[in-house]
Design a protein around this ligand. Structure first.
Ligand code: FAD
Ligand code: SF4
Length: 498
């Protein structure tokens, strides 16, 4: 099916949907319902713009896709969801066209459905365990839970039917939330609901964490994150931008001098890792974080208006194979690079990025060099990247992650011409808070150690969650941790009142 023409897609879907109306669909019938493809921007066009690639289901498509769910008694999809959303419940409502009720069911467990519907790795969570996918022998044939979630969340936004969460009477307690990513957004909302005064501290000049500075507009429009932040403002949460906890004010100052009764730390994992190879300090080498932040926050993609235009590149190499690498590669393409190549140590089978992002990258002409590992970046006489030396690898035995580990093929070094290198091999947590907070316990990777059940740290009244605890993880896990910690913080504050 042509997936670029929304009008045609809806017309076809309407016809198909009418054939199911007033029919008592058996399990077998449901398994035969065609999977609804995601309408998307044409790759030839989208590589020239920053607009969202996936356009979202049409109304008839979402109903058809929802009819594919067989409402399993044991609902394995719920077990696959890190926050336990009642998936068959919300899908049933979507099939009936009761979108407000559908999204209300999601909101019982998830604060950010429009975001999670777009960026959650469903194929390795709820959709992996879906009975329909199992019966049809492919996870690709599972019910498209995330796409249905996205539709109902977008419907709620378009119809302005979102309910303002109830905020209890002022409790008299003041709570600080460090960072403004998904862990902090969730914690702030749940804390404010209890009537606490909530102040969020964000180091950057824009709130939203990785959702804003990392994930590009073409995958997650900034306006969607802004809606979540507006909802926080509307509830009375205050956000202090350009406030770097550890420098502008320390954790202990906030607790002892600024009158905060409790703190949630959701400062993420924003410190890029490098390979520590020769030439990594040449002009034209970027961490994916820097590259994406410049593009996302400083409008580097908008050459006419950007305060600091991004480096002009012709041939870009991106080291890494995760979501961050795909985002950086696809951004480089949109910024005008003639060629963009992902250089990955393993094979296509081990790529950790979401399947959809890999497919989109292929469609957009991103090249993939598998089983290569960078050993050196070579500069020209002006200190700019000119070439990259890559070593050929082969796959050996599985490592701790269960993936087959890359093994060097000796003397296989080769030079390739590139003028830009983007390093996307992962992030560590920023050590500032740990270094400036006495008695805050962290593990050997610098992640804050917390109680699994409550998110409580080694300091009384200080809780933490999200990437700063888990290392680089996912939006939904960060959100789940924010919620868990907020619950425990609310209990902690209630116990102080007695
Ligand atoms: P973050 O989102 O990192 O937010 C932390 C915030 O704290 C930041 O705004 C930071 O500026 C602020 N901060 C840090 N230190 C301080 C301080 N000392 N004082 C004040 N503020 C501070 N996950 C998915 O599920 N799906 C995806 O498709 C996906 N794609 C990704 C693409 C990219 C490019 C990146 C980088 C990550 C991606 N992730 C994805 C991972 C996901 O975004 C993170 O797991 C999630 O955002 C973590 O949330 P968090 O709230 O813990 O922290
Ligand atoms: Fe529906 Fe799949 Fe969940 Fe079963 S496992 S209830 S088919 S979404």
């Amino acid at each position: 099916m042509e997936i670029f023409d929304l009008k045609k897609i809806e017309e076809d879907a309407q016809k198909l949907l009418s054939s199911y109306e007033n029919v008592d669909l058996s399990l077998k019938d449901r398994l035969k319902i065609p999977i609804q493809p995601m309408p998307s921007q044409d790759p030839k066009e989208r590589i020239n713009n920053m607009d969202e690639v996936a356009l979202g289901y049409t109304e008839s498509q979402v109903k058809i896709e929802s009819l594919r769910c067989i409402d399993c008694k044991n609902a394995p999809c719920i077990k696959g969801c890190p926050v336990g959303i009642d998936i068959p419940g919300f899908i049933k409502k979507a099939a009936e066209g009761k979108f407000a009720e559908s999204v209300a069911i999601i909101r019982e467990s998830s604060m950010l459905p429009a975001i999670c519907g777009r960026v959650c790795p469903q194929e390795s969570q709820c959709q992996l365990t879906c009975t329909v996918g199992k019966s049809l022998k492919s996870v690709d044939k599972a019910v498209n839970i995330g796409r249905i979630e996205r539709y109902v969340a977008d419907w709620e936004s378009a119809n302005k039917s979102r309910q303002r969460p109830e905020v209890k009477e002022e409790s008299g307690f003041k709570v600080g939330v460090v960072g403004s990513g998904p862990a902090s957004i969730t914690a702030a909302a749940d804390l404010r609901r209890e009537g606490h005064e909530v102040v969020m501290f964000e180091a950057l000049h824009k709130a939203g964490g990785v959702l804003v500075y990392g994930i590009p507009e073409f995958r997650l429009p900034k306006s969607i994150v802004q809606e979540e932040l507006d909802a926080l403002y509307d509830m009375g949460v205050k956000i202090e931008m350009n406030y770097l906890v550890g420098r502008t004010g320390k954790v202990n100052d906030l607790l002892n001098n600024e009158g905060f009764d409790a703190l949630f730390i959701g400062s993420g994992a924003g410190l890029p890792r490098f390979l520590n190879i020769e030439g990594e300090n040449l002009v034209g080498v970027f961490s994916a974080n820097e590259y994406l932040t410049r593009s996302n926050l400083m409008r580097a993609y908008d050459k006419m208006r950007a305060g600091t235009p991004l480096y002009t590149s012709k041939h870009v190499a991106v080291f890494g194979g995760g979501n961050v690498a795909m985002d950086a590669a696809r951004t480089a393409k949109r910024l005008g690079a003639q060629s963009v190549t992902i250089v990955y140590r393993r094979t296509a089978n081990e790529l950790p990025a979401r399947k959809e992002e890999i497919e989109h990258a292929h469609e957009e002409g991103i090249k993939f060099m598998y089983l290569y590992s960078p050993t050196k970046i070579v500069g020209d006489e002006r200190g700019r990247v000119k070439q990259v030396e890559l070593l050929k690898m082969e796959l050996g035995e599985p490592d701790d992650s269960g993936r087959r580990s890359p093994v060097v093929i000796p003397n296989s070094e080769q030079l390739f011409d590139f003028d830009t290198v983007i390093v996307a091999i992962g992030n560590n947590s920023n050590p500032l808070i740990e270094r400036t907070t006495k008695n805050l316990k962290v593990n050997k990777w610098g992640n804050i150690i917390v109680d699994d059940e409550t998110g409580a740290t080694s300091i009384e009244g200080v809780y933490a969650g999200g990437d700063i605890v888990l290392g680089s993880a996912t939006v939904i896990l960060a959100m789940g941790q924010g919620r868990k910690a907020a619950k425990a913080m609310n209990q902690y504050l209630a116990s102080k009142r007695k």
